[in-house]
Write a protein that binds this ligand. Structure first.
Ligand code: UDP
Length: 243
């Protein structure tokens, strides 16, 4: 049974990082594709405005809080989430699990060359890791059909989709019955980190719950996107109090 807390209309799993890892291992034993989503405050504000996005998130099989704002908001509802489960860390765990269990992976997304660089780096870290394929994330409808055919043919166990939110979550939802994999996870900018094109916040910022601040320092153009963080806190506070 899942323990979740509904935050601004989206059910978020209240588990620890380790429990999330265990759930993913369990998914790999099952037949049907499981969808893993990692919303942060910004995405939850988008989901309030876009019910179709909220619907997709609510159909996720594992929906973890990739943001300190979401962990904080859970307290308003009296169902505190144990800890932040960063999408980037969960992706790294899944890669390690894929390697040790000899499961194959597929990367979809990022600019031309990013998925390829991610595969290159991964092969250095995990020699012999099974890569079923990769494709950049800027494709038209004809190319999309070819990508899906390639995925069906190469049968990856885990598909990491980095098309930005909500595109990646909606893409997984729209194609879940065709893909034939065990897990499809929306990973956003984590693929750029794996490729070495972007840097993760240093541990100090992560531990202090200030990863968002580090990203703001590195990419000031994110400022307007980040205004969604206080907006999210207000929305969640109001939602929890008016239940
Ligand atoms: N992306 C993509 N196709 C698109 C839009 C975005 O492949 O049509 C990729 C983009 O190149 C980047 C990733 O999606 O590698 C994450 O995008 P975003 O900045 O929205 O995500 P975040 O950094 O918030 O996770």
């Amino acid at each position: 049974m899942r323990n979740t807390v509904e935050i601004v209309g989206v059910n978020i799993d209240t588990l620890t990082f380790q429990e999330a890892e265990e759930r993913c291992k369990d998914f790999l034993q099952q037949d049907e594709l499981k969808m893993v989503f990692t919303p942060n405050s910004e995405l939850l504000v988008d989901a309030v405005k876009d019910p179709s996005f909220a619907h997709v998130l609510n159909n996720g099989d594992l929906v973890v809080p990739d943001g300190i704002g979401v962990v904080l908001a859970s307290k308003f509802y009296g169902i505190p989430i144990k800890e932040r489960v960063a999408g980037c860390d969960l992706m790294n765990s899944l890669l390690e699990i894929a390697y040790t269990q000899e499961r194959s992976i597929y990367f979809l997304g990022g600019r031309e060359g990013v998925a390829e660089e991610a595969v290159h780096n991964l092969k250095q870290k995990y020699p012999g890791i099974k890569v079923a394929g990769f494709h950049h994330g800027y494709f038209d409808q004809d190319e999309e059909k070819k990508i899906i055919d390639e995925i069906i043919k190469n049968k990856p166990d885990i598909i990491f989709v980095a098309l930005g939110a909500p595109k990646q979550e909606k893409w997984i939802w729209d194609n879940k019955d065709k893909l034939g994999a065990k897990i499809a996870m929306g990973v956003g900018g984590s693929l750029d980190i794996l490729a070495g094109r972007a840097k993760r916040a240093p541990e100090f910022f992560r531990k202090a719950g200030l990863e968002w601040f580090y990203r703001l320092l590195k990419e000031p153009k994110r400022f307007f996107r980040m205004l969604k963080l206080p907006k999210f806190i207000l929305l969640a506070f109001y939602d929890a109090k008016t239940r």
